[in-house]
Design a protein around this ligand. Structure first.
Ligand code: PGA
Ligand code: ZN
Length: 463
């Protein structure tokens, strides 16, 4: 059965930071339109697909997306109209080919991703499917097409995989799963006026036995953290871009200590009930081969000193996950931290891998990291995102589906993470409705998919 695309339309809308973004509507003959909105990062990686903005335009300080919108309504529409919305792989292939640049800079990754996702929704609308059912279908088709484990490009390279330590459950990516949420409690870096050098201080409710219980624990830790911060003199705390608290603290370690105190104040056990994750986002304080961390040391740290520091913290605190601990092009530093900590904690590459199959493949061959952040707009189409997700799973890397710091009410990633059984989701904190749009959708899915979708929670980390 085919569902012919009849109309492709886009408009400029606004995201959670009040910045313009792209919304696309794709309509199949006889059906209601499928619609998607595109998120936007602040601490973006250099290797990400390019978000097209109306630079140089005086309107909205050059942040407008009217060119991207026009690209959808003209060039993209003329190629897509008449094609089958049910053939996501072919649609995405056409979009990539039409753009013709390595980082989607001609038409804009925002124009392309909005279209790619709106096509998935249009296909769902045309056949009366829910979003999660459509994403499941696309994920299964992708598997069928791509086959089993992807062979390394250069098999002469030894791949260092953690053995005997912390490894991903081999059940990831198979059946539908409600994800373990990784949730921001305190923000620093580019998301909170650089009050702290590290970007996210997160919690992972690894001891919870269902998604809804995990979420309740998170809400309680967040509430207690607010109280603990206020009690210790941090009145009128600023809230960061992702809804986490943005207090003025002296050091990153102090932030970790506050989070531990909040877990305890919520009546939970740090480590076994609720573990800690950090998004170091170190690319953004990496200068001339050194890591600038004035709260730790007046002279910038070498990669080795960075790894020493993080190893001490992993030993001292219940940390289970470290994201972008080293910078996006510090492959040697990444190799070192993987050797030293790869069996003890999840090491996520965000700016490092930018959801790009080629970057992840290089990481696998070099034996760096053991996890990859999955952000749709870093790569720009649904099919390429699924390819990266599959490459991760085939090589024993934990995938973590993630929102951006600039978000909208579009809840695609909630449906996507469940449909693919990826196991983990990072969305930001439990305040601000662009975040809750995803968390609340997961509560609905937990209810509607009872029996169909499982929950591994902390069991995604097996020993
Ligand atoms: P960004 O931040 O969306 O601003 O890139 C999210 C992250 O670094 O994980
Ligand atoms: Zn990150």
């Amino acid at each position: 059965m085919t569902n012919r695309i009849e109309r492709v339309h886009a408009r400029e809308v606004f995201d959670s930071r009040g910045k313009p973004t792209v919304e696309v509507e794709v309509t199949c003959a006889g059906a209601r339109p499928g619609r998607a909105m595109v998120p936007s990062g602040a601490s973006t990686g250099r290797f990400e697909a390019v978000e097209l903005r109306d630079r140089g335009d005086s309107r909205l300080d050059g942040l407008g997306v009217r060119h991207a919108v026009a690209n959808v309504c003209t060039e993209i529409a003329s190629v897509l109209i008449g094609l089958d919305a049910n053939d996501q792989a072919e649609i995405d292939r056409r979009l990539i080919e039409l753009d013709g640049t390595p980082q989607k800079s001609r038409l804009g990754a925002n124009a392309i991703l909005g279209t790619s996702l709106a096509v998935a929704y249009a296909s769902a609308e045309a056949r009366g499917l829910s979003a999660v059912a459509r994403f499941r279908e696309i994920w299964e088709n992708h598997h069928r097409r791509a086959g089993g484990v992807s062979p390394p490009v250069n098999s002469s390279v030894t791949v260092v995989r953690p053995t005997g330590g912390l490894t991903p459950s081999d059940r990831l990516g198979e059946k539908m799963l409600l994800p373990l949420p990784m949730v921001n409690m305190i923000s620093g870096g580019l998301h909170a006026g650089r009050q702290l050098e590290f970007q996210d201080f997160l919690i992972l409710p690894v001891g919870a036995t269902s998604y809804s219980q995990a979420f309740e624990w998170i809400v309680m830790v967040y509430r207690r953290l607010g109280r603990v911060l206020t009690e210790r003199g941090h009145e009128g705390i600023l809230i960061g871009d992702e809804g986490g608290y943005g207090p003025k603290l002296r050091t990153n370690e102090e932030a970790i200590e506050f989070v531990v105190a909040a877990i305890e104040a919520a009546g939970l056990k740090p480590g076994s009930d609720v573990a800690i994750g950090l998004d170091v986002a170190s690319t953004h304080f990496f200068e001339e081969g050194r890591y600038r961390l004035p709260s730790v040391s007046s002279s910038p740290l070498t990669a080795e000193q960075m790894v020493d520091l993080l190893e001490r913290w992993v030993t001292r605190y219940p940390i289970i996950s470290l994201e972008d601990a080293l910078a996006e092009d510090d492959w040697d530093g990444w190799r070192l931290i993987t050797e030293r900590l790869g069996q003890r904690v999840q090491l996520i590459g965000d700016d490092l891998f930018v959801t790009n199959v080629a970057r992840l493949q290089e990481g696998i061959e070099r034996g760096v990291a053991n996890s990859v952040l999955i952000k749709l707009n870093q790569i720009g189409t649904l099919s390429e995102t699924l390819a990266t997700l599959k490459l991760a799973l085939d090589n024993g890397y934990w995938p973590v589906v993630s929102a951006r710091s600039g978000e909208t009410e579009d809840a695609t990633i909630a449906d996507l993470v469940v449909a693919t059984g990826a196991g983990q989701l990072k969305v930001g904190s439990v305040a601000r409705s662009e975040r809750l749009a995803k968390y609340n959708q997961l509560l609905r899915l937990e209810e509607s998919l009872a029996g169909e979708a499982g929950y591994l929670g902390g069991a995604i980390f097996t020993r």
